[in-house]
Design a protein around this ligand. Structure first.
Ligand code: FMN
Length: 327
């Protein structure tokens, strides 16, 4: 790697980063990485509304190396989004390092290793939460990444597997091998996305490491953000599913506090970004799943809902939306 490339990456630790300088003081809320959701249109919207950093959707290390066109759209970001976090998944240090070096050339602020994905197709092959079964490999990955990259390396973990809840051990390994931050989703592999997230386990991690800990799981309201901080002592709070219908949570608003005109205004900003990013056809199709969530508090008849969500023309969609929201 040339000197000029190295000089571009001047950040040494998470605390050096713009937006995270006072991580401990600011106690940020952050949009969780969500495959199929945290694309540029939604991520940048949440960032505008107050999410402290932009995690992109996870990408498979081998795809970065062998099918770069496949991950191109997932990795596209804009300067205003910084700090930008790229998230990789894979099962061994060599491929992850090689992919990370490739990704580094695109200028992310942070590189994160996914150790939380519970899908069998990933976890049973030793990646995602499957990596938590191999503490030695986690150590090798963090050692290699922190040695060869000069941007902060972070990890996102779960509690582990029901028969092997080793979240404290893995968080410590991340710290011991140079990791700059650990995000903890308080569920096991087997829980997937159901059951209650264990915030006491997140508190345990906060006690066990001195790098910043970001808590995640079951934060649905503004009050939950403070409750998680109080119960766990975590530095940051990461919000996933609840943000999909309420990105205003990053501005400190519960869904019921957002006026219909603001809902429409934000939906149009989101839709326009989607159209710009994916083009009119795909942009509208991909926006539909968000529209359904934005509109879920409204008592729409199945017919009106279907009519809106099957529009193929953005102008027709916008006109019908205005009529539904009734401004
Ligand atoms: C549809 C979906 C996609 C997800 N994709 C990712 C991902 O790419 N990387 C990741 O680390 N976690 C991913 N997650 C997990 C979330 O980041 C988060 O840990 C989880 O949803 C728990 O937070 P929540 O209770 O606030 O939703 C995903 C979750 C969902 C629902």
């Amino acid at each position: 790697m040339s000197d000029s490339t190295c000089n571009r990456y001047k950040h040494k630790s998470v605390s050096d980063l713009g937006g995270l300088q006072d991580l401990r003081g600011l106690r940020p809320t952050i949009l969780a990485p969500m495959d199929g959701y945290s694309d540029w249109p939604f991520r940048s919207l949440c960032r505008d509304l107050g999410s402290a950093m932009s995690y992109t959707e996870f990408v498979r290390a081998a795809d970065v190396l062998n099918r770069p066109h496949y991950v191109e759209k997932k990795l596209a970001y804009r300067e205003e989004e910084r700090p930008v976090v790229y998230q990789l998944y894979g099962h061994e240090a060599e491929t992850i390092l090689e992919a990370a070096l490739r990704l580094r050339e695109r200028g992310p602020d942070i590189l994160d290793v996914n150790m939380g994905c519970p899908n069998n197709s990933i976890a049973n092959r030793g990646a995602g939460v499957g990596l938590m079964r191999s503490p030695r490999e986690v150590a090798r990955i963090f050692k290699a990444l922190t040695q060869y990259l000069d941007i902060p390396i972070t990890g996102k973990i779960r509690l582990g597997w029901e028969d092997h809840k080793n979240y404290v051990q893995i968080a410590q390994i991340i710290e011991e091998n140079g990791g700059a931050l650990v995000a903890v989703h308080g569920r096991t592999k087997e829980q997937g996305y159901t059951g209650k997230a264990d915030w006491d386990a997140i508190a345990e991690v906060c006690q066990a490491v001195s790098i910043p800990v970001v808590g995640n799981g079951d934060v649905k309201t503004v009050a939950d953000i403070q409750a998680m901080r109080d119960q766990t002592g975590c530095e940051g709070v990461m919000i996933g599913r609840a943000a999909r219908g309420n990105p205003w949570i990053f501005s400190g608003l519960d869904r019921g506090e957002v006026s219909p005109s603001r809902v429409e205004e934000t939906m149009l900003i989101h839709l326009n970004r989607s159209l710009e990013f994916y083009g009119p056809k795909r942009g509208l199709i991909l926006f539909r799943k968000f529209a359904a969530r934005y509109l879920s508090p409204y008592d729409l008849s199945p017919e009106v809902r279907r009519k809106l969500l099957t529009r193929e023309n953005p102008s027709e969609f916008k006109a019908l939306l205005a009529r539904i929201i009734g401004n």
